[in-house]
Ligand binder design. Sequence first.
Ligand SMILES: Cc1cc2nc3c(=O)[nH]c(=O)nc-3n(C[C@H](O)[C@H](O)[C@H](O)COP(=O)(O)OP(=O)(O)OC[C@H]3O[C@@H](n4cnc5c(N)ncnc54)[C@H](O)[C@@H]3O)c2cc1C
Length: 288
Amino acid sequence: MSDINYWEPENLTDAVSILADRADQVRALAGGTDLLVKMKKGLTNWKGIVNLKGLTELKGFIYEGQTISIGALTQISALIDNPLLSLHFPALVDAARSLGTPQVRNLATVGGNLCNASPAADVALVLLMYEARLLIMGPNGSRQVSIQEFYVGPGQTVLQQGEILTAIEIDLPPLNSKGVFFKHGKRKSHEIALVNVAVLLTPHPGRKQIAQARIAVGSVASTQLRIKDAEDSLTNSLATLSAFEQAAELVKEAVNPIDDVRSTASYRKQMVGVLTRRALVEAWGEEL
Ligand SMILES: Cc1cc2nc3c(=O)[nH]c(=O)nc-3n(C[C@H](O)[C@H](O)[C@H](O)COP(=O)(O)OP(=O)(O)OC[C@H]3O[C@@H](n4cnc5c(N)ncnc54)[C@H](O)[C@@H]3O)c2cc1C
C-alpha cells in the first residue's frame, strides 16, 4: 500500500480526467469497503487511487415526479434513514439493512455496491428488480445504461476507463405492488449472501390475478439475473401457492451456481427455489 499514488479531486471533471489519463493503473475509491480490502490482500497491482469523497454533488436523493435519483456516493446507511424509500421501496431498505455492520454501512456507498459487480451484492440486486437506470460520466461526456446492461461478468461492468457512475434512477413502482428482499447466509447477520432474491408483485384490481411479476436472484450465476420465464409464468395468472411453486422451479432451472468456499452449487440451487417461493408468498401478502 505504501507506493500508491493518491488524489482527492474537488469536482467530477477533474476526477474523470485523472482516471482517464492514467489508463488501467488507477481506481476510483468511494467508501473503500471492497477496494481497500482487495488492495490490502494484495489482489491488485493498481498504482493509485482517486478518492471521490470530495464530489458532494454525487451524494443524496433527488425526487422528480415519479422518479427518485440516488447519488452514487450516497452511503448505504442513508437508504435506511430515508422515509420515502421506506414507503415506496421497502425491499431496497431491507437490503441496505442486511449489508454488513453499522460501521460498514456508514462507509459503503450505493455506487460501490454496483461497480464492485459482485454476484452477491444486496443493494444492487434490489436495484436490478426495480429496473434502475445508471447515469455515467466519462471523458466523452455522459451516458445512461440500464442496470441489466451494466454487468459483463463477476467483478466486471461496462464502465470504460475514466468513467464514473454518478447516479441511479428508479421509478416509483405501482402503488398496489409489493417488493420483498430475502437473503440467505451462513449466519443471521453480518453475512455475504449465499443466495439472495428480490421480487415485486403487482395485483390486478380485484386482487385475484397477478398483473406483473419481477424476480431477481443473486449468488447463483456469474452475474445477478432477472428470471424472465418465471416472471412470464406468473403474469396474468391466478395467485396460488402452486403458481408460486412453479415459478420457483423455473428459477431453479435458470440459474447456474458454482461451488465455492461458502457453499455448494446444489445447495444454492435448492435455496434459490425456497427463497423465491417464500418471497412471492410474502409479496402477495394474503392468504392463498
Ligand atoms: C465486513 C464487510 C461486510 C460486507 N457485507 C456486505 C453485505 O452484506 N452485502 C453486500 O452487498 N456487500 C457487503 N460488503 C461489500 C461492500 O461493503 C459493498 O459492496 C459496498 O457497497 C461497496 O461500496 P464502497 O463505497 O465501499 O465501494 P469501494 O470499495 O470504494 O469501491 C468498490 C469498487 O467500485 C468502484 N467504484 C466505487 N464507486 C464508483 C463510482 N461512483 N464510479 C465508478 N466506480 C466506482 C471502485 O473503483 C471499486 O472497484 C461487505 C464488506 C465488508 C468489508
